[in-house]
Design a protein around this ligand. Structure first.
Ligand SMILES: Nc1ncnc2c1ncn2[C@@H]1O[C@H](COP(=O)(O)OP(=O)(O)OP(=O)(O)O)[C@@H](O)[C@H]1O
Ligand SMILES: [Mg+2]
Length: 377
């Protein structure tokens, strides 16, 4: 199978700005690989280097084991779909899709056939003669996708391709795009700053920060087993508790919070001293006030938000911290009220409590955000 991308120590500097800071990633053939990170972390720059629009300052880009440093963009067998579709408004759909084929030696008949096939793939059969300017945003994005796919690239690079669409259409297209990728087996390198999008679509996600890959893994891994607070925070709601790690019991970490003791099984269970423990909202149990047992914490409901499929409950706990709890709406009336001021007990299961080492990153205000290199496995 073809379409493997490997980045080795890839670096790009623009003058003093280090946009990409020595990243190592392997994108297996046929995978949906996502680079996720906040604005300015170097996603687009990385993509542009793979595409050949930008020359690396250092490091290597390997496409199917071949170093492509000296290969010009149009000969890389890689294609890009951008956030702005950049269609030719005066050309019709077929004309836009066929544009890239002009440079291939095809008969008119062959060209028409290929355009037809790819339009069926993106569910735009019958739109051949429609002008690009007469299409909706979602349809335009599909034409842009078809235009890239008709060239049968080994690797398709997508830079926030759904960014300009409204939420509903965006979700529909996420599902479609993922299904399409699975069918055609082309390697997708997808860039987004939307964590939900990354989790739902990808086979693997690389979480980027300040030009580096902070953690790479399956969506489940980066969500369930974040190695740093940054990753935990970036991938959705995470509750952080300030605790004191005081010892060990049956290879679980013993944490103290006020006069209470908790056991934690996940993360850096060897760490000691003041640190943070993390738990996802959906892993916290809400019990009636005074419920007995270990790993329990009293609190007071401050707010309960009905979200349709679930409730988000904000509970102020001992020590003053606010924890967010997600409860699925199972159609049954709740056995106890959730009005503001209701005292409750929260259960934090040991296998859901993760000990995080504090980020080694400096606080805001440090010189130009220079940071020590993070350990990347
Ligand atoms: N041509 C350039 N000249 C100078 N600096 C640049 C250039 N292109 C990008 N940068 C800088 O490099 C860093 C990474 O930019 P990049 O566009 O890769 O970020 P990004 O992760 O794609 O962000 P966004 O989510 O906002 O698109 C930023 O600090 C940016 O200002
Ligand atoms: Mg970008």
């Amino acid at each position: 199978m073809q379409g493997e991308v490997r980045l080795e120590e890839l670096t790009k500097k623009f003058g003093d700005v280090v946009a990409v800071d020595g990243i190592d990633v392997q994108m297996p053939p046929g995978e949906f690989f996502t680079m996720l990170g906040p604005s300015g972390c170097g996603k687009t720059t990385t993509l542009r280097m793979i595409a050949g629009f930008e020359r690396p300052t250092a490091g290597r880009i390997l496409l199917d084991e071949t170093d492509v440093a000296q290969v010009p963009a149009h000969r890389r067998n890689v294609n890009t779909v951008f956030q702005s579709y950049a269609l030719f408004p005066h050309l019709d759909v077929a004309g836009n899709v066929a544009f890239g084929l002009k440079y291939r030696r095809l008969t008119k008949q062959e060209q028409r056939l290929q355009v037809k096939e790819v339009l069926e793939l993106v569910q735009l059969a019958g739109f051949e003669r429609r002008k690009a300017s007469q299409l909706s945003g979602g349809q335009q994005q599909r034409v842009a996708l078809a235009r890239a796919l008709v060239l049968a690239p080994r690797v398709l690079l997508l830079d926030e391709p759904l960014g300009a669409l409204d939420a509903r259409l965006r979700r529909d297209l996420q599902v479609e795009l993922k299904a399409l990728q699975r069918d055609i087996g082309v390697t997708f390198v997808f860039v987004t700053h939307d964590q939900e999008e990354a989790l739902t679509m990808s086979d693997r996600v690389a979480v980027m920060r300040d030009g580096r890959v902070e953690q790479a893994g399956s969506p489940r891994e980066v969500y369930e087993e974040p190695r740093t607070m940054f990753v935990a925070d970036f991938l959705g709601v995470s509750n952080l508790l300030e605790v004191d790690a005081v010892g060990e019991e049956h290879s679980r970490c013993v944490l103290r919070l006020g006069d209470r003791t908790f056991l934690a099984e996940q993360g850096e269970t060897d760490a000691r001293g003041k640190l943070k423990a993390m738990i996802r909202p959906e892993r916290i149990g809400v019990e009636p006030h005074g419920a007995p047992g270990d790993n329990r914490l009293p609190g007071m409901v401050e707010r309960a938000v009905f979200l349709g499929g679930s409730y988000e409950i904000h509970v102020r706990v001992l020590g003053g911290e606010m924890l967010k709890v997600a409860m699925t709406n199972e159609g049954n009336p709740l056995t106890f009220g959730l009005e503001q001021g209701t005292p409750v007990t929260l259960y934090l299961p040991p296998d859901a409590l993760r000990v995080l080492r504090p980020d080694p990153e400096p606080d805001a205000g440090d010189e130009e955000g220079q940071t020590a290199p993070a350990a990347v496995a």
